[in-house]
Design a protein around this ligand. Structure first.
Ligand SMILES: Cc1cc2nc3c(=O)[nH]c(=O)nc-3n(C[C@H](O)[C@H](O)[C@H](O)COP(=O)(O)OP(=O)(O)OC[C@H]3O[C@@H](n4cnc5c(N)ncnc54)[C@H](O)[C@@H]3O)c2cc1C
Length: 324
């Protein structure tokens, strides 16, 4: 039985784990977080529920549509809308479904996690190769396995391999070194009244200083009024070190036109690796030396949930083929 360790219980790692386990492999998934989902993240503030990473997902590829159809049938995912409001206040319906998790984006990850051997709160600190086996060291335990899939943002994966002095083939290393990410500062605001955001509850501004504002109440995941504000890349970069209260104040002020409600409470989350700026030209990257290793995630098959899911599937398929 082939043994594979997967780092990351985001959508890429979970899709890879399902595929390999479905083929009879022994799979262990490690994540540093306290929950699964990675950037598909949902958080509570009092009685408010907030998606603060990915807000929705779309599907174009029939391989992922199959999974989404089953999530819809089981009530794990729900169609949110077929179009959001733009910065001019116009809401457009382009006929293309935008989905959400039934109770927030983590619903999908929690569903996928069932039946998998997932170790949470396991921050990997070093990866090394010994006699063609991977040795994966966390703050608490050391795991060994024949194969490894790495789904953290690429610079984080490379740092772990560097600590363990793993030499990758030069061409692969050069391509991975190119991959960089935007940052995103997210502010979650619990509100006293409904926001002024028009139905269906999402504004794609795609400008500075704000890229997106989502109304978690209208979205249908929160019983309390609340909004998620995503800062755009330049604002996020410029204010990365800015004090939490000040950064929240600046973003709430910039969203006033849309939110127009008193803030009861807020929390800030800083996504150091939000969206990849450059993509690798393959849906995952396989290297067979010093032992089989696949890099996967949204930097490979597309900078969104669907791309990460596809990359996870590709990573599993690559490993399955490599042992045939
Ligand atoms: C603010 C924001 C808004 C977004 N909006 C959308 C959207 O609306 N629609 C959309 O489709 N996409 C959106 N995205 C992108 C989408 O969330 C990602 O493309 C997708 O979730 C990436 O999945 P992944 O599995 O590749 O990576 P991740 O979800 O990042 O998973 C990687 C996992 O690796 C773990 N990890 C990292 N380092 C270690 C370590 N040392 N040890 C153990 N575990 C580790 C992390 O904890 C994480 O769980 C958004 C992202 C952000 C941040």
């Amino acid at each position: 039985m082939s043994k594979c360790t997967i780092i990351g219980a985001g959508i890429a790692g979970l899709m890879a784990a399902h595929t390999l386990q479905g083929q009879g492999w022994s799979v262990v998934v490690l994540d540093k977080g306290r929950g699964v989902g990675g950037r598909m993240a949902t958080r509570r503030i009092d009685d408010g529920v907030f998606d603060h990473g990915a807000q929705f997902f779309t599907v174009r590829d029939p391989r992922i549509q199959k999974w989404v159809d089953s999530w819809l049938a089981e009530g794990i995912a729900v169609e949110w809308t077929r179009g959001f409001t733009n910065a001019s206040g116009e809401t457009q319906n382009d006929g293309h479904p935008r989905y959400r998790g039934a109770e927030g984006m983590t619903s999908i990850a929690k569903h996928l996690a069932k039946g998998l051997d997932i170790w949470l709160d396991q921050k990997v600190t070093k990866i090394s190769a010994q006699n063609s086996l991977w040795e994966i060291q966390t703050e608490k335990v050391t795991f060994t396995s024949d194969m490894l899939i790495m789904t953290p943002p690429v610079p984080q994966s490379l740092a772990l391999l560097d600590i363990g002095q793993v030499m990758l083939p030069a061409e692969a290393r050069a391509a991975l070194d190119e991959i960089e990410y935007h940052r995103c500062i997210a502010v979650m605001v619990l509100l006293h009244e409904p926001s002024g955001i028009p139905s269906p509850g999402g504004i794609q501004i795609n400008d500075e200083p704000i890229s997106w504002i989502g109304d978690n109440f209208q979205k249908g995941i929160s019983g309390a009024y609340g909004a998620t504000i995503h800062a755009a890349p330049i604002f996020s970069q410029t204010h990365w070190e800015t004090d939490t209260i000040e950064v929240a104040h600046l973003l709430v002020e910039a969203s006033e036109k849309w939110i127009s409600a008193d803030v009861k409470k807020f929390e800030v989350h800083r996504w150091r690796y939000s969206h990849p700026i450059q993509l690798h030209n393959e849906s995952c990257l396989f290297v067979d030396s010093p032992a089989p290793l696949v890099f996967a995630g949204d930097a490979f098959a597309g900078p969104r949930v669907e791309g990460a899911a596809l990359s996870g599937l590709s990573a599993a398929e690559k490993l399955l083929k490599s042992v045939k």
